[in-house]
Design a binder for this molecule. Structure first.
Ligand code: DQA
Length: 152
């Protein structure tokens, strides 16, 4: 029998500090708290979850490429990504997303459009399936629900 679809959840620089990093902006939940809830939600949605974090741009790019493999070789049904500050700077990350067929959903805990002007531009948004910003950790849950429902 085929395995349940895999949803990769990728987190970029500094998101390992969630819980202690600027809690007035990013909230009190750690990345592990968010992962724990997502695991429960993934089980209820009958999908598999693979949540990762890296402070290194190249790791995120390698993982995006990995997501594009056929399902039997570890490819993903969809990717949810919070690229952190790379959202606003990384053409390489944008090109990685633009270069794969895997649908990608961009998530931000904070409302990047209501903050400093340099955060208002996302290099990622033009190449993703959809974007959620400003809903805190709930954004990951909503993205997971949408990712699980995507037709491939
Ligand atoms: C963020 C927003 C980015 O501007 C910031 O650099 C982050 C987190 C968010 O989740 O709100 O690291 O992606």
């Amino acid at each position: 029998m085929a395995e349940p679809p895999l949803i990769m959840v990728l987190n970029g620089p500094n998101l390992n500090l969630l819980g202690t990093r600027e809690p007035d902006i990013y909230g009190a939940d750690t990345l592990d708290d968010i992962a724990g809830r997502l695991e429960d939600e993934a089980a209820a949605l009958a999908v598999r979850l693979d949540m990762r974090q890296s402070n290194h741009e190249g790791h995120l790019i390698d993982w995006l490429h990995e997501s594009a493999a056929p399902a039997e070789r570890g490819g993903a049904h969809a990717v949810i990504i919070n690229p952190g500050a790379l959202t606003h700077t990384s053409i390489a990350l944008r090109d990685a997303i633009g270069g794969i067929a895997t649908p990608v959903i961009e998530v931000h805990l904070s409302n990047i459009h209501a903050r400093e002007s340099f955060r208002r531009r996302s290099h990622i948004s033009p190449v993703v399936h959809g974007t959620i910003a400003g809903l805190g950790p709930e954004g990951y849950s909503l993205a997971l629900r949408a990712a699980a429902r995507l037709k491939r």
